[in-house]
Design a protein around this ligand. Sequence first.
Ligand code: HEC
Ligand code: HEC
Ligand code: HEC
Ligand code: HEC
Ligand code: HEC
Ligand code: HEC
Length: 445
Amino acid sequence: MKKIFAIAAAALIGLPSAALAVGGIQGQCADCHTMHNSEQGQPVAMVGLNATTPSAQPIQNLLRMDCVACHAQNTGNKTVLMDGGSIIPQVYHSDSSDLAAGNFAYIDTLGSTRKGHNVSDLFTGGDDNAKHYGSPPGKYYDHVHAPYFSDVTVNADGSETINAAFSKFTCAGAAGCHGTRSNLLSGTTNDNGTTTDTTDDFFEGTRRTGIAAVSGAHHNSYDGKKDAAQNTVGLHDGAKVAAGYRFIPGLKGTGNTAARWQNVDASSHNEYFGAQVGATNASCNSCHVPGVSGFGISARMSIDSTLLVPNQSMSGFCITCHGNFHSTGLETGGTNQDRNPYNGTSGAFLRHPSDYVIPNRGEYVAYTAYNITAPVARTTLLDAASPTVTPGTDLVMCLSCHQAHATEFDGMLRFDYAQILAGNTASQNGCLACHTTKGVAPDLR
Ligand code: HEC
Ligand code: HEC
Ligand code: HEC
Ligand code: HEC
Ligand code: HEC
Ligand code: HEC
């Protein structure tokens, strides 16, 4: 009876009909919300990883838990079932297997910043890799962006000292991945009127991050096909965020409805979207959607600015921060190394291609059975998981080799680089899923 009701409700609010949408927030409001952050005179709000003492400071949207306290409960379960029926996907846990993006706990348990994205909410100080990065590897336009993710002091001579690298790298919003990015909260003011300063144009604003960057998305959440529209200018809108794959507005993808948030085997996995489109990354607005409100530090950081997802693909999303690492093979040459997506062409690449069609020739023709250690992207978004790979149509992408949060392997790889050739008998995992003849001597193939 409950199920029939859920299907009818889905039809009423116009969710995609091709694949049945599943999931969503259920249960008592009090499972997740507190009206005053006070029960019998005591605060209840839990903040951060492994929180034990409630915080007197209430959490945005009247929540009982913040992002991390809810999604990183650090138990033995990769999903947590709440009393009222909501299921919370866990990004930090000690379960024996992980959700599709991996598990941030590896960074801590394996003691290596190289296992993944060192989100500052989980790892104080973030990953400075001996201060060698300063910014995401491969980032575009260093002169306008650096060091965006860090706490920086601008010195008298204009040079910058990084006090804490990646100290601002966060889950959602500005300097984060989910939700509405590159956006200010409303209430931004031009301070010229209130200070003696008349020579410049200072605005005072707060960047939209954390709950504010996803607000309104959770109660619109469902899993299944997300054939999102490209992200455009406009005030933050939770429904627009929820329409994007994994709360990334503008990103297309199909979440596994059989085993939510998981890549289990060839016929039970998420489906990723890809598009082989070259040379679109060169201009500022191939990532930015400038605001039109006039209220902001710049048109690209105002109350209605945001970022789009280049090509609406998973690789396009990654390159909003790692621009140089993208190559579809269609770009033309460039010389400026801080904004050069030209990675060569087939047969002589300079960097590994992504959003590039797996050729229907040579060793690649043998990759036809989907291998979850080397997922592919589809140029047509599928309704549900397909167990087949089609060389000549499907694409290699960033997530063919990486997972999005963290893995047990260096470089955030989804497979053990050191083990794919272990014992000299090549397993068909990782690189070898596509490069099917590599690792085996010609006479032994
Ligand atoms: C399983 C947890 C959970 C339950 C149960 C839940 N909420 Fe929420 N709610 C959230 C989270 C997380 C947010 C903040 C992030 C967001 O909106 O995406 C939120 C945000 C909201 C918001 C502000 C954003 C918006 O969508 O308008 C309202 C209002 C709200 N909840 C009302 C309710 C009511 C009423 C109930 C009970 C019928 C309820 N919630 C039950 C998790 C929950
Ligand atoms: C909001 C910006 C942002 C986005 C979007 C982003 N990254 Fe990153 N990434 C970073 C930053 C900052 C670092 C360096 C700090 C760190 O390693 O935590 C990084 C580091 C990495 C590393 C190196 C990890 C290591 O320490 O060896 C890999 C691999 C990576 N990202 C892959 C991806 C992939 C794949 C995607 C898309 C799913 C992606 N990134 C999306 C910001 C981003
Ligand atoms: C490949 C994608 C990409 C391109 C191209 C790009 N940016 Fe950005 N830019 C970003 C990302 C990602 C951020 C961080 C946004 C966030 O997290 O809120 C950012 C942030 C900014 C910000 C806000 C910074 C702040 O501190 O307020 C400005 C301004 C900006 N970019 C200007 C530019 C300009 C000017 C250009 C062209 C010269 C440009 N960007 C090209 C991806 C890009
Ligand atoms: C009170 C608990 C709670 C808090 C706080 C919360 N979430 Fe969630 N989140 C949930 C639940 C429950 C779901 C599963 C919703 C569903 O079933 O579709 C979810 C789902 C998600 C998803 C997956 C959506 C999808 O495509 O399936 C993302 C991404 C996400 N949350 C990000 C965040 C971020 C980022 C924050 C903080 C800024 C946050 N959440 C805060 C409970 C929470
Ligand atoms: C999902 C499929 C896929 C996976 C996984 C994959 N590759 Fe590739 N790789 C390709 C494709 C497609 C090309 C481009 C082939 C062409 O057009 O010549 C390529 C090209 C290359 C090239 C450059 C060849 C040239 O033409 O310059 C090297 C080297 C390479 N891959 C190594 C690796 C390694 C090492 C791994 C594992 C870390 C890996 N690949 C994983 C699909 C894949
Ligand atoms: C064919 C597999 C493959 C694909 C596809 C791939 N990577 Fe990587 N990536 C690797 C490997 C392997 C490393 C480890 C270092 C190395 O071998 O270069 C790495 C390292 C990285 C690093 C860390 C660099 C550093 O300085 O430590 C980042 C960031 C990164 N990749 C991002 C991306 C992004 C973004 C994409 C998609 C545009 C992508 N990768 C596509 C295999 C891949």
